[in-house]
Design a binder for this molecule. Structure first.
Ligand SMILES: Cc1cc2nc3c(=O)[nH]c(=O)nc-3n(C[C@H](O)[C@H](O)[C@H](O)COP(=O)(O)O)c2cc1C
Length: 224
């Protein structure tokens, strides 16, 4: 069985493009992967809490030394980390808000970046992210056009945040499908941006399905 965690972060519900694109991708995967189990998280509804003082103290105290109060401060984060670690595939969709990630998604990152859980200390003092080996797709939607060569290209403060935060957790090669421009452009340019994103999603769904099928075949017991 393949486990996928699907996260949406747009403040918009049915009018959201990032939600529509992530839903489309999950639909494509369901068509190709029969035993796909999806764990869905809507960050606009289930927003992880901001970092509190109790959390900030408890998170770096080794588990065996935590008080009951400290353990309590970490319960929600423990549960979210488990969901993320359980997944083989992560599909994380979000709009760009003021050049970067939505604050709900930042709260998600703050909840799932946990010493001893999603990253551990290596013997040489370096840190080892525990999300390595997962396939990770970020679907982002932008009102403007920040593609290389455009006047706003240097304003992209979203991609570096995601690369840093997930790179630290062991995700070395996340995939980005960025739909842009979806708002501050004429209708023709907006439609073209959505078509480009959907085409990229089709290609990626095929790629993921093929690679999953191949690895399933390798792990099947051979006949005697
Ligand atoms: C509060 C807010 C801030 C935004 N800031 C930016 C921005 O900095 N750059 C940009 O290109 N688009 C910006 N947009 C536009 C959205 O990124 C764009 O409309 C996107 O398609 C929304 O995705 P959604 O339909 O999934 O909500 C902003 C939209 C909102 C509501």
């Amino acid at each position: 069985m393949m486990k996928l965690m699907h996260v949406d972060a747009s403040a918009k519900a049915e009018w959201s493009n990032s939600r529509a694109l992530s839903k489309y991708f999950i639909h494509l995967l369901h068509e190709k992967i029969i035993d796909l189990k999806v764990d869905y998280l809507d960050l606009a509804v289930d927003t992880p809490p901001h970092v509190t003082e109790a959390f900030a103290i408890a998170t770096y105290i080794p588990e065996q030394s935590r008080s009951e109060e400290m353990k309590h401060a970490l319960i929600a984060s423990d549960a979210l980390c488990k969901r993320v670690l359980d997944a083989d595939l992560l599909v994380l969709a979000m709009p760009m808000y003021n050049w970067t990630i939505p604050s709900t998604f930042k709260a998600f990152i703050d909840s799932i970046t946990r010493m001893g859980v999603t990253f551990i200390s290596g013997l040489d003092g370096s840190y080892v992210g525990q999300l390595n080996g997962k396939k990770v797709l970020f679907i982002t939607t932008r009102g403007g056009d920040l593609r290389p060569g455009t006047p706003y290209a240097s304003m992209d403060a979203l991609t570096p945040v995601l690369k840093a935060a997930f790179g630290f957790l062991g995700v070395s090669n996340p995939i980005f499908i960025d739909a842009q421009p979806l708002q501050f452009a004429n209708q023709e340019a907006r439609s073209a941006a959505l078509i480009r994103a959907r085409d990229e999603l089709v290609l990626l769904a095929n790629e993921w399905a093929t690679s999953i099928e191949r690895s399933n075949r390798v792990s099947e017991p051979s006949e005697v």
